[in-house]
Design a protein around this ligand. Structure first.
Ligand SMILES: [Fe+2]
Ligand SMILES: [Fe+2]
Length: 283
């Protein structure tokens, strides 16, 4: 029997946004019927966890309670709306010690390791790699040890940002993917290990291109909202849903992107009260 894992992402939960909570509840109902062995959330669990003042803490607590309410075994890594973004990406909510402490108080460390038959699952916080925070170096050391100790298990990585947009060699610094310097360092660590797939969120578009440059990249759809084509170029499938992974003890892996028609297709471009007006993409 395969180990079944539901990868969910970008729920952007907050008491302020009942429409997003309704999507989460519809997903939760579906998952309860499906009864996966494990749920992994690939970040942006909360809507405004990165905001200073009480709102940030309240949203993280709200999101944590929602995850506990699933009644399923779950793990999570943070997104930029939970701990802030890598400072190199700009913006006025950089990932810093205060934001990390708040996440850790609500959810625990930003990375995780879970062994299941035939597999080692590793979660990474992709928002801190360029911060100089002690957690950043601790995470690289954790990853090195986790890879070295896999003992023949295949490895699945879970992180908020995809490792690249299109190719590992891309050198531009973008909002959507791991920074080029951090990508090189991660690739250096991953080299020689049996990493079967990298499962990510953040883009609010689903994509599974199969194995490219040695890794299968699985981009999860969002749960809360999509970004309309006026404001975000289309790279994948913008329908909301989740990913069902099946992990076989002999190393086979299946991933299925499952749009859920019961989720309301909120377009964040039409909801400027939540994150402000979105910037149209260049024509
Ligand atoms: Fe998101
Ligand atoms: Fe994000």
């Amino acid at each position: 029997m395969a180990f079944t894992l539901a990868q969910i992402s970008d729920t952007h939960l907050s008491a302020l946004h009942p429409g997003f909570s309704a999507n989460f509840e519809a997903l939760a109902e579906h998952l309860l019927a499906e009864a996966p062995d494990l749920v992994i959330h690939t970040g942006d669990v909360s809507a405004h966890g990165e905001q200073p003042g009480p709102q940030g803490g309240e949203d993280l607590a709200f999101a944590r309670a929602a995850m506990d309410g699933l009644g399923l075994d779950w793990l999570a890594v943070p997104g930029n709306h939970d701990v802030g973004n890598d400072p190199a990406c700009g913006g006025d909510t950089p990932a810093d010690a205060t934001r990390m402490a708040r996440w850790e108080a609500a959810f625990g460390p930003g990375y995780f390791l879970r062994d299941v038959p035939g597999w080692r699952l590793i979660g990474l916080n992709t928002l801190i790699t360029g911060t100089g925070l002690p957690q950043a170096e601790a995470q690289f050391a954790f990853l090195e040890e986790a890879l070295a100790g896999a003992a023949g298990r295949r490895i699945g990585l879970f992180q908020h940002k995809p490792l690249c947009e299109v190719t590992m060699a891309e050198s531009q610094l973008t909002y959507w993917a791991v920074l080029p310097g951090a990508r090189r360092r991660l690739l250096g660590l991953l080299a020689g290990h049996d990493v079967a797939f990298i499962a990510s969120g953040h883009v609010h578009q689903a994509q599974d291109r199969g194995v490219v440059e040695g890794f299968r990249h699985v981009w999860a759809p969002a749960v809360a909202f999509f970004v309309g084509d006026t404001w975000q170029a289309r790279m994948g499938d913008k329908r909301l849903g989740y990913v069902r992974h099946r992990l076989h003890a002999d190393g086979r892996h299946e991933a299925e992107i499952l749009p859920l028609p019961g989720l309301q297709p909120h377009d964040i471009g039409l909801m400027p009260h939540i994150y402000g007006p979105q910037k149209p993409v260049a024509a």
